[in-house]
Design a protein around this ligand. Structure first.
Ligand code: AMP
Length: 190
């Protein structure tokens, strides 16, 4: 199996690049942000609970997200691989993911880290907020909170995967197709 993590701060282009990678490599896409928003829109208990955190720009508790990912992976058994987008976002999530993949007799193949400076990210998110309808893209305080969460809880994953010799860094500013070409080179090198 080919199991990829697309990693980077909010607004780095993880969703955009995931769509292109899925098409080329025939992977199942797991975006925890999309799954949580779908739960919220369906008005489920999980969705309502998650929304309290999402609307403030805070991370949803690990156990909620890990359980949701596990259910999704089980429902997709038989696929050629997964691309994880927006997950894991904490060290406990990364440890749980390693354990879950081991149950499936597989592992993370590589982690693709999109590098984008913060000023560019704020610009992109404010712009996306005008069309995406996402409440967490529209308010600057919420956006700043998402960056704080990223710095404090998610960034340590870079070292976690670098220690496993799985982290590859890719420039996330430039033409979408050029970034995609660079990502493919990293995937093909695995
Ligand atoms: P995203 O669409 O990936 O930007 O996620 C939107 C929001 O959903 C985040 O700001 C978090 O509140 C929540 N979220 C998404 N993925 C996770 C995750 N792996 N762990 C915790 N919260 C998450």
């Amino acid at each position: 199996m080919l199991n990829l993590i697309i990693f980077g701060p909010p607004g780095a282009g993880k969703g955009t690049q995931s769509e292109k990678i899925i098409e080329r490599y025939q992977l199942a896409h797991i975006s925890t942000g999309d799954l949580l928003r779908a739960e919220r829109n369906a008005g489920t208990e999980l969705g309502n609970k998650a929304n309290e955190f999402i609307s403030k720009g805070e991370l949803v508790p690990d156990e909620v997200v890990i359980g949701m990912v596990r259910n999704f992976m089980v429902s997709k058994s038989g696929v050629q691989g997964f691309i994880f987008d927006g997950f894991p976002r904490t060290i406990p999530q990364a440890e749980a993911l390693d354990a879950m993949l081991m149950e499936f007799d597989t592992a993370i193949s590589t982690v693709l880290g999109l590098e984008v400076v913060e000023d560019e990210l704020v610009k992109r998110l404010m712009l996306r907020g005008q069309t995406s309808g996402r409440v967490d893209d529209q308010d600057e305080d919420t956006i700043r909170n998402r960056f704080r969460e990223y710095q404090n809880k998610t960034l340590p994953l870079k070292d976690y995967y670098a220690n496993q010799k799985k982290y590859q860094s890719v420039q996330g500013i430039g033409e979408i197709d050029e970034i995609f070409t660079n990502l493919c080179a990293c995937i093909d090198a695995v």
